[in-house]
Design a protein around this ligand. Structure first.
Ligand SMILES: Nc1ncnc2c1ncn2[C@@H]1O[C@H](COP(=O)(O)OP(=O)(O)OP(=O)(O)O)[C@@H](O)[C@H]1O
Ligand SMILES: [Mg+2]
Length: 692
């Protein structure tokens, strides 16, 4: 039982990860072919990279280093077990690789025989230590034959002849003149030249292919990032208000910016590169294994050790990396808060304390960076050290093997290359793990965000615009526990002006939020012109209602020219425009009111929309509202009760309930909450008049 319980989340997690990968893969859509192409180019690059050392090996073994040795099967060594078999094997190679010297001895091109046979030649004491160069004049092209024939005639002591082939010991080559030596070896020089050309083309290929895949990969990465960002932002815009209550602005900004970048890195430097790195490692091992099993086992041992260390490094890096990120976030938040609250800091002379706290955060950041630095500073040099150590080991141990004819000199040289090729991806894989992790976290975040339930959309998109608004037994709570609105019922007739008053926190703004469908009521219904607003398309609903809120936010700095009808001109909105970039709270409200009133919507809602405006303009606004009052249904929320006196009806909201309804006069005579509030405000006004 306990086992299944422990397994469940794991299994759920895996399918979830799979979902995320599928989702991410979906974005690659039209760019998939580029990703595929870059993978192919990458593989081509990897193959060419693998080929380079091998070409060097061929050049050394076949053409540069003299590879002919004498093998004598006569006497003591010829009687050893396996010697006869070996002799037959050599004879089977044919005259191009074996030259009979007579008396059971041969000249053999040892670069052309297998590792095992070569090693046995040495072990059985058959192979001589001296190296030879073999020339077969009749196999040479006609133009070379005369020249080489002349050289052979000129140094009769150095050359020996056997069955039409001439051979000269490596030591004796030094006795030849430089010109003669070059002529003698012109065939090999030509071959080395060809190999050098092949090598060069490989390098050009690597250059071209890797530029192409870098471009393609990043191009598709940016394209995909662009798509992800568009999708995520579009999704964000469609999320319900409740989502924004729970998620701070900073977090959402991170989603759309850095998290999307992390996905890009995922595509460009992790996903595809990872495949290449793995293949390079496998390829290097395969080629090395082919050249020498024994040496490869040693290299594998070093590699395992290195991987173990890289694993340790990765774990350590994970913590230091997290610490660095945390300390940066802390520092950012602190600076942001300080700059925002600079007025308060100055007001309360908190500069020093603030600075001290900043120094703490800064020190923490420094420490985290130092930890990270330490990890990096030890890791790379350690890898470098291990790599160089492995190279040194190969020179020593491989050198011994070369002397024992176990491997060729060319193979040793290729090994030195391959080992370095092997360690680079291992180091990178360890370092890339970071990118991989943050990309994984980012993908998860983005996946979750784009799978948040969007605001309901669709529904009725037209109908008569009369402006009758009705609440019927509406209950609502933000958190599912505390009722903010309790059993609210009232109706506003078309063209009527209703004021909503109540203490701070009594639920007035919440009521407006429900009308605009930023939230849906938990119980009860709200009707607009007889239709439940749940059945209306939210966009249509909002186009029929104009609302101006307490907390305003104007987009950008430019005040737009439109929205200037009679009303906005009457409050001189143009004056504001010339005042520069920063405008006052009251000015902001004026601009918003101007825009709102110029919209021809059936219902106007003003939630404390004139709280920051001076009394003179406010009176103008009141007049303007009263003049146009029969054109629209108006809901006014105001704390200054003098502003709502002229409303057709006043609804008093108290602790989420409608406690009184009526005209100003009737509510005053009722002597309830409204009366008390009104009395209090008038008294305060009298008081301030007295004080003046
Ligand atoms: N987004 C929200 N999430 C959770 N609770 C909220 C949210 N908005 C408001 N509330 C809570 O609901 C209650 C009513 O708030 P509301 O903004 O409707 O009051 P109000 O009558 O408009 O007050 P004020 O006169 O200050 O504008 C308050 O207790 C408030 O804390
Ligand atoms: Mg409010």
């Amino acid at each position: 039982m306990a086992v299944t319980e422990a397994e469940e989340p794991g299994r759920g997690r895996k399918t979830y990860d799979l979902e995320i990968i599928k989702w991410l893969y979906g974005f690659s859509g039209p760019y998939r072919k580029y990703l595929f192409l870059s993978l192919v180019l990458m593989l081509a690059t990897a193959a060419l990279e693998l080929a380079v050392p091998y070409i060097a090996k061929i050049a050394v073994d076949k053409y540069i280093y003299p590879s002919w040795r004498v093998a004598s099967f006569g006497g003591e060594s010829g009687k050893k077990p396996g010697a006869e078999e070996l002799e037959n094997k050599l004879l089977a190679l044919g005259p191009s690789l074996v030259v009979e010297l007579g008396a059971d001895s041969y000249l053999v091109d040892i670069s052309a025989i297998g590792n095992e046979d070569r090693s046995n030649l040495e072990k059985l004491g058959i192979a001589g230590g001296e190296k030879f160069l073999v020339v077969k004049p009749e196999e040479l092209p006609a133009e070379d034959r005369a020249g080489i024939g002349g050289i052979i005639d000129r140094y009769p002591a150095a050359f020996s002849e056997a069955g039409g082939a001439y051979y000269i010991s490596y030591g004796a080559l030094e006795g030849l003149g430089r010109g003669d030596l070059l002529t003698l070896r012109s065939g090999e020089i030509r071959e080395v030249g060809i190999l050098a050309a092949v090598l060069f083309s490989c390098l050009v290929g690597i250059f071209v292919f890797s530029s192409a895949f870098t471009y393609l990969l990043n191009y598709s990465g940016h394209r995909i990032m662009h798509r992800v960002r568009t999708e995520v932002f579009a999704r964000t815009l469609r999320l319900p208000q409740a989502f924004f209550d729970k998620n701070p602005v900073g977090r959402l900004t991170t989603r759309v910016t850095s998290d999307v970048n992390a996905i890009n890195e995922m595509y460009t430097s992790v996903a595809v590169q990872f495949v290449k790195d793995i293949l390079v490692v496998i390829g290097v091992f395969a080629v090395m294994f082919y050249m020498s099993v024994e040496l490869t086992l040693f290299v594998a041992l070093f590699t395992v050790f290195l991987c173990f260390f890289a694993g340790l490094f990765r774990m350590r890096l994970k913590t230091v990396y997290r610490d660095v990120r945390r300390s940066i976030a802390k520092l950012n938040a602190f600076v942001q808060e300080s700059v925002r609250g600079i007025v308060l800091i100055k007001l309360y002379n908190r500069e020093m304390q603030n600075f001290e706290r900043f120094k703490d955060a800064n020190r923490e950041n420094f420490k985290a960076n130092m930890d990270q630095l330490w990890v990096y500073a030890t890791f790379r040099p350690f890898i470098e050290f291990t790599s160089v150590f492995t190279v040194a080991f190969i020179i020593w141990y491989g050198g011994l093997r070369v002397l024992a004819l176990d491997i060729t000199l060319g193979a040793l040289i290729a090994y030195l290359y391959y080992v370095r090729m092997l360690f680079r991806p291992i180091m990178e894989l360890a370092e890339k793990y970071n990118i991989f992790q943050s990309a994984a976290a980012a993908s998860e975040n983005l996946y979750d965000l784009s799978h948040e339930e969007a605001e309901p959309s669709g529904g009725i998109i037209d109908g008569p615009v009369k402006g009758r608004l009705e609440f019927r037994n509406v209950w609502f709570s933000y958190n599912g526990a505390d009722w903010v609105l309790k059993d609210i019922s009232f109706a506003i007739e078309p063209g009527e002006t209703v004021a909503l008053v109540g203490l701070t926190g009594s639920g007035k703004t919440t009521l407006v939020n429900l009308i605009l469908r930023f939230y849906d009521p938990d119980r009860g219904r709200i009707y607009l012109d007889g239709v439940d607003i749940k059945e209306l398309d939210p966009e249509f609903l909002r186009s029929r209602i104009t609302a101006v809120f307490q907390d305003l936010f104007l987009f950008g700095k430019k005040l737009s020219q439109d929205g200037q009808d009679e009303f906005s001109r009457s409050i001189k909105i143009e004056e504001i425009k010339n005042n520069g970039d920063v405008i006052s709270s009251g000015e902001k409200q004026l601009v918003s009111l101007g825009h709102a009133l110029s919209r021809d919507a059936g219902i106007l809602i003003l939630d404390e929309a004139t709280s920051s405006i001076d009394a003179r303009i406010e009176r103008n606004i009141q007049t303007a509202l009263r003049n146009g009052k029969h054109e629209r249904t108006t809901l006014i929320i105001a704390h200054r009760l003098s502003n709502v006196r002229h409303a057709d009806r006043i609804i008093v909201l108290h602790k989420g309930e409608v406690s009184e309804t009526g005209t100003h006069a009737s509510l005053i005579s009722h002597k309830g909450i409204y009366y008390n509030l009104y009395e209090l405000q008038s008294e305060m006004q009298r008081f301030s008049l007295l004080a003046d």
